[in-house]
Every structure is written in structure tokens, then in C-alpha cells.
Ligand binder design. Structure first.
Ligand code: SF4
Length: 303
């Protein structure tokens, strides 16, 4: 097993309109998190521990305890909206060389201020910013993208939501326009846009390769895929592969509980997926072409 995802808790200081999580849900107890880490680190191989929420910084003491428990061996990643990030927390994340994944969907004084801190602490280059495109946020997609670039962000993901949201036709048009404009204006080499994420392609890749990660929920329930977070907690039982308190090692969990997303999500929300996917595909092709051109140019310069 290469990666483990620990769900630190469901509480969040924000209320993003597209977020499927129940914000009154529980937080993870130390016992479940430390037990999961012990089992995970017992296995050999490259290791990565990823901390998810809710807002992970609301349960940052758990993150600290986990990292002190596991030490500098594994690589670490934290997913956060960054509003509660301060110098003390960032110092800890820096010490353990954390990869920062920051969701960035609204522009306001608070989340813009975080750039100052990231720059001062020289970690801006390490941060990946995720822009979620949903019907409620798509009108601001270009503005938010420009704000990120303007402040020196180097890695950006754009993630259109189409499994849980029904997109009105007008908003799909806005998405098409926005992603194509962003891709057209993208300058390879100047900054690094990782592309527009296609959730279905992502899922296909995951299925094609052997399981490398596990998602551990706050109560110690084990799932094969963090995509289970898109489902209400009461509907996840059928995908549960085991319980962290009841196994001696990860080979004991049920291999039959792989999450089959397609058959489960509301078909209405999926109705418009082809149009969204084709805009995503087209934008990604433009980006790939520019990246290829940039690579050729730097190859020629070296000759
Ligand atoms: S910051 Fe993340 S967890 Fe919080 S409401 Fe937004 S999407 Fe949900």
C-alpha cells in the first residue's frame, strides 16, 4: 500500500455551495488514526500519508500527533482551504516537508492574505491550488484563476463537479468558455497549469492500476476510494471494506468492496456530463500542445 488517506473530521469553517459533506459529522479519534498509521507503516515500500477534511486545520492537533508518531519516513500531504493557516502551523508543515493542496474558490481578504505567508515562508512553489468549477462558482472561474496566477501560484488544478450537481445549460456554456479561455491564455513554462481534471478519466486510471491507497474514515472504517466522500455517510455501508480496529494488517480487508461510482450517482446529475467532459478534453488538449511546444523549445536550446 503506497498511500493512506486519513479523514481528520467533517467540520469546516466554510460552506462551499457544491460541498457534499455533512459539516456536523464527527472528528477522527487519535486511536483510529494512530492504529491506521501503524498498520500502514508496517508494510514496506514508498509511503504517503494524506490528511483530508472537512477543514483539516480544525483538527490540526491530530495531524501533529500523527506526524510525530510516524516521523520523517513517509511523505505527507495536507488538504486545506488555508483560512486558518498561520506561521506556527505552516512551520510544522514545512518541517515535515508537507505537500500543500489548497482549495481556492472565493476571493477575499483572508484567503488572499495566505499568499503573503506562503511567500515569506518560501513554500508557494510547493502549493497546488484547486479551483472547483460548479454551477455556483463557474462565473468566477477566470477571475479566481487570474488572481492565483497574479499572486505567483505555480500549480493549479481545475476540477469541474459533475457527479453530484445538475448544471443548467447556461452554466455549462460558461464553463466551456472559461476553461477554453484559460487554456488559450496559458503560457507554458511561465506557470504550471496541471490541466483541467476529468474525474472519469481519473477513475479509469485508478481502476486500471492495482490499488495503491486506502481511505480511512473518522470512525476507522476502511474504504478503497476517497470518492466515497461524495456519498452521504448513511449510504456508504455497502462499500466499507473493513474496520481499522478489527484487522491485524491490510491484507485482511475485503477485496470485493471497490467503489463502483457509475452505477451509484444520481443519473440526473450525470445527464450533462458529456458536454462538460468534451470542454475539459478540448482544454486539456490545448494545454498539452503548449506544454509539448515548450518542451521542444527547451530541448532545442540545450542542443
Ligand atoms: S472548504 Fe472543503 S470541506 Fe469546507 S465547505 Fe468547502 S469544499 Fe467543503
Amino acid at each position: 500500500m503506497e498511500e493512506i488517506i486519513l479523514m481528520t473530521g467533517y467540520r469546516c469553517n466554510l460552506r462551499c455551495p457544491y460541498c457534499p459533506l455533512e459539516k456536523d459529522g464527527p472528528t477522527m479519534a487519535d486511536a483510529a488514526a494512530l492504529r491506521a498509521l501503524d498498520l500502514f507503516l508496517d508494510d514496506r515500500g514508498r509511503k504517503k500519508v494524506r490528511f483530508f477534511g472537512g477543514e483539516t486545520l480544525l483538527n490540526f492537533e491530530l495531524v501533529r500527533r500523527c506526524v510525530r508518531h510516524a516521523g520523517k519516513g513517509p511523505r505527507y500531504e495536507i488538504n486545506t482551504n488555508s483560512y486558518l493557516l498561520d506561521r506556527d502551523k505552516l512551520g510544522f508543515l514545512k518541517k515535515y516537508d508537507f505537500e500543500l493542496i489548497i482549495s481556492f474558490d472565493f476571493l477575499n481578504k483572508k484567503n488572499l492574505a495566505v499568499f503573503k505567508l506562503l511567500k515569506e515562508e518560501k513554500v508557494l512553489d510547493k502549493a497546488t491550488f484547486t479551483l472547483v468549477a460548479a454551477p455556483e462558482t463557474v462565473d468566477d472561474l477566470e477571475k479566481n484563476f487570474s488572481a492565483l496566477i497574479g499572486r505567483g501560484a505555480k500549480k493549479i488544478h481545475i476540477l469541474p463537479v459533475f457527479y453530484t450537481k445538475i448544471w443548467p445549460a447556461g452554466k455549462i456554456k460558461r464553463l466551456e468558455e472559461a476553461v477554453l479561455k484559460i487554456a488559450a491564455g496559458y503560457r507554458a513554462g511561465r506557470y504550471f497549469l496541471e490541466g483541467v481534471v476529468d474525474l472519469e478519466d481519473e477513475l479509469r486510471k485508478r481502476r486500471a492500476s492495482p490499488r495503491k491507497n486506502l481511505f480511512i474514515d473518522t470512525d476507522g472504517s476502511i474504504f478503497y476510494d476517497d470518492l466515497v466522500l461524495l456519498l452521504p455517510r448513511r449510504e456508504r455501508g455497502r462499500f466499507k471494506a473493513g474496520d481499522i480496529g478489527r484487522i491485524g494488517n491490510f491484507s485482511e480487508i475485503s477485496g470485493e468492496k471497490k467503489l463502483e461510482l457509475e452505477g451509484f450517482f444520481p443519473t440526473k446529475a450525470m445527464l450533462n456530463k458529456e458536454r462538460i467532459k468534451s470542454a475539459v478534453r478540448e482544454a486539456n488538449q490545448i494545454i498539452e500542445k503548449k506544454n509539448a511546444g515548450q518542451n521542444n523549445q527547451s530541448g532545442q536550446k540545450m542542443q
